[in-house]
Design a protein around this ligand. Structure first.
Ligand SMILES: Nc1ncnc2c1ncn2[C@@H]1O[C@H](COP(=O)(O)OP(=O)(O)OP(=O)(O)O)[C@@H](O)[C@H]1O
Length: 609
């Protein structure tokens, strides 16, 4: 917190304390006035108390208003600052530590905790302390023993009770949070899986499970509410006992009726700002957890480090050289996908269990060294790099396709080129300049394109495209759409059509083409395309790939794909397996030798028949 914020916070504390003190003064002066008036003194003897009562009453309102104004101002500024720092922490590409929904809840709910910390906890606690102190001073002036009772009561209600509610809230949230998460999961299943549940007649069972989760959460919350109510009642009990104790002491000590009344009412009012601290203690448990979660996001180290003095951005035409690149993902605790388990596993067109060529003792011409299966013992595979000694040269206008089974490292190669991951060793240069010497944004301005999971924003079709070219004129937009073979659809839909959240109003093929049009509009010197035909039906995928190969002619392109049809036209095909280059060459070279590429080609030809 900077000095200006500190000063604002101090003003808020002073205003809050002044409001509570005015409330205290109001009651003390009024008590004195009423009891003294009962003795029927001359009016002049009451005039100061009358003026004081009026001044305290007006001052209380004014100070409370000032406290609300300054307190909320400082709290909202602190919240905005926290959100800003959070966004800044999220700007550099990070290792994926938090899911989208989790991150969203941290950005919205947890940052609100900062506001609550100031407005509901710190400011009331400071003001309550000041008011309590003033009441004790008044008590000391009238009857020191009564002041001691008041101190004890205030400590119980203002310190012990809030500490107890905070501890209870921590314990309850440990039980309630999993129950709430379980209910959220059940509801998400109901909402997102409604079609499947209805199709298989499983909707009643799913609904019953959601209701059961709801019931167990409600039961826990009811019990927590009882504890909460007991804590609040405990505070009021302490208040009553303290005031009774003070009155008994005052009477026992023979204090005047005016003194007794002032003591009793001052003690009563001193508790007013103190009692809400029990609820604040309860809130504090949630706030500290939220602040911890925010710190957790902010302290996440970026996936790459920016150079202190970035080299100037190289000018196109660009030559990219990848030399002996090794990349190991930091979050090695993620489950490894065994290559054969996923959809892109080694194809076995002529029957399951067919051994790889080297394992069968066949020569593998054109293949780089690849260790035999028994060399790749399980423990070593657990920590193996995603890319292991990959070299590649991309000259201006050259098109290279990367193929390989799932988990082979294809997307990691694109991530390394976009500087989203830091290589462990090896080097990538752009026109001779090391990628690590360039600013990340410059790198991504030079090399970017179609990501594996393109996102369509909830905006018009035009704005969805303009993301890649805010200044693009209508002609450029039309050209990009034409090149992505999307012009027919755009004509039918209209440029100003709102596309739904997650691009749900567009089909899979249209989404991929829209993302392709975006990449073409951006027109980076090196176009990266990650599985553009992924998840499309055969016919759409074939058409998209054909169009794509047509439109990328003479563009420097790196294309990651599982489909081989049309790859006859690219300049080089690199086959990756377990992070290593196992084959490279042109299409006709690779289909003429045994290996992954020929297997995949044969399986593709077979399935097309
Ligand atoms: N962020 C990550 N953190 C940890 N490991 C990762 C991460 N991303 C990828 N990996 C691992 O790195 C290896 C290569 O993954 P990559 O996504 O590059 O493969 P791929 O060839 O693109 O696969 P697919 O064809 O299924 O998209 C895999 O073992 C994968 O589990």
């Amino acid at each position: 917190m900077n000095r200006r914020m500190g000063t604002r916070l101090l003003w808020a504390v002073l205003a809050g304390s002044a409001a509570d003190l005015a409330g205290l003064g109001l009651i003390a002066a009024a008590a004195w006035l009423i009891t003294r008036a009962a003795e029927q003194p001359p009016l002049a003897a009451l005039s100061v108390a009358i003026v004081a009562t009026r001044a305290f009453a007006t001052g209380k309102g004014v100070f409370r208003y000032a406290e609300r104004l300054t307190g909320h101002d400082v709290a909202l500024r602190a919240q905005a600052g926290t959100r800003e720092r959070l966004y800044e922490a999220l700007v550099p590409p990070q290792r994926p530590r938090h899911g989208g929904a989790d991150l969203l809840s941290r950005m919205v709910d947890d940052t609100e905790a900062v506001q609550d910390l100031l407005v509901r906890c710190l400011l009331p606690a400071a003001a309550a302390a000041m008011a309590g102190l003033a009441a004790v001073v008044v008590g000391l002036a009238i009857l020191p023993s009564a002041a001691l009772v008041l101190v004890a009561g205030l400590l119980v209600a203002g310190v012990a009770l809030p500490a107890g509610t905070a501890a209870a809230a921590r314990r309850w949230s440990a039980r309630i949070a999993p129950a709430r998460a379980a209910l959220a999961g059940r509801v998400a299943d109901l909402v997102h899986g409604s079609a499947d549940l209805a199709a298989y007649g499983a909707d009643d069972e799913a609904l019953a499970k959601a209701l059961a989760a709801d019931e167990s959460l409600a039961a826990l919350e009811r019990r927590q509410a009882r504890v909460h109510a007991a804590a609040l009642a405990g505070g009021t009990l302490v208040q009553g006992l303290t005031v009774a104790g003070v009155v008994l002491l005052a009477q026992g000590a023979g204090a005047s009726s005016v003194g007794t009344a002032v003591l009793a009412l001052t003690s009563l009012v001193a508790f007013e700002p103190v009692l809400p601290l029990a609820a604040a203690g309860e809130r504090m448990a949630g706030i500290t957890a939220a602040l911890r979660r925010l710190r957790d996001v902010r302290s996440a180290s970026p996936a790459t480090t920016e150079p202190a003095a970035p080299a100037p951005r190289p000018e196109a035409p660009l030559t990219i050289e990848i030399d002996d690149l090794v990349v190991r993902h930091a979050t090695s605790d993620l489950p490894e996908v065994p290559p054969d388990a996923a959809h892109g596993g080694r194809p076995a067109p002529d029957g399951a269990g067919r051994p790889a060529p080297e394992e069968a003792g066949e020569p593998a011409p054109g293949r780089a060294h690849r260790p035999a299966l028994d060399e790749r013992a399980a423990p070593e595979r657990a920590g193996r790099p995603a890319l292991d000694g990959v070299s590649l040269r991309l000259t201006p206008g050259k098109r290279v396709a990367i193929v390989g089974p799932s988990g082979a490292g294809k997307s990691t190669l694109l991530a390394a080129l976009m500087r989203l991951v830091e290589p462990e060793s090896g080097r990538i240069t752009v026109n001779g300049v090391g990628l690590g010497d360039l600013a990340g944004d410059d790198v991504r301005a030079l090399m970017t394109g179609l990501t594996q999971d393109p996102y369509i924003f909830r905006a018009t079709l035009r704005d969805n495209l303009r993301l890649a070219g805010p200044d693009a004129d209508d002609e450029a937009l039309r050209r990009a759409v034409r090149d992505a073979r999307l012009d027919g659809w755009v004509e039918r839909t209209g440029w100003d059509a709102e596309l739904g959240e997650d691009g749900r109003t567009v089909s899979g093929g249209q989404l991929q083409r829209l993302a392709l049009a975006r990449a073409l509009l951006y027109d980076p010197p090196v176009l990266l395309l990650d599985e553009p035909a992924e998840a499309l039906d055969e016919e759409t995928a074939d058409r998209l790939m054909a169009d794509l190969l047509d439109v990328t002619r003479d563009r420097t392109t790196l294309l990651v794909t599982h489909r081989l049809k049309g790859l006859e036209s690219v300049d080089e095909i690199v086959v990756l397996e377990e992070g290593r280059v196992v084959q490279r060459g042109r299409h006709d070279e690779l289909v003429s030798v045994p290996g992954y590429y020929r297997d995949l080609w044969e399986s593709e030809v077979l399935t097309r028949r």
